[in-house]
Design a protein around this ligand. Sequence first.
Ligand code: SF4
Length: 73
Amino acid sequence: METIVKEYSNGEVTIVWKPGLCQHAAFCGGELPAVFKPRERPWINPQGATTEQIVKQVKRCPSGALSYRLEGK
Ligand code: SF4
């Protein structure tokens, strides 16, 4: 099965999302709603918080669907 990977970058951090692993519990959206908006498309807005806040939230994803990559560092 092909693994779908979506990326959302603010130029400093790239949020990597694997929909196949996401449990769609909107856990991330509940905690950082300015970035994770399950009702919108695209549903991740990487401009909605600081890179530090994004990294912290990505690490809290329970399923491993979210990961991140720091750019230019
Ligand atoms: S926290 Fe992770 S598993 Fe839960 S909705 Fe967000 S991306 Fe999906």
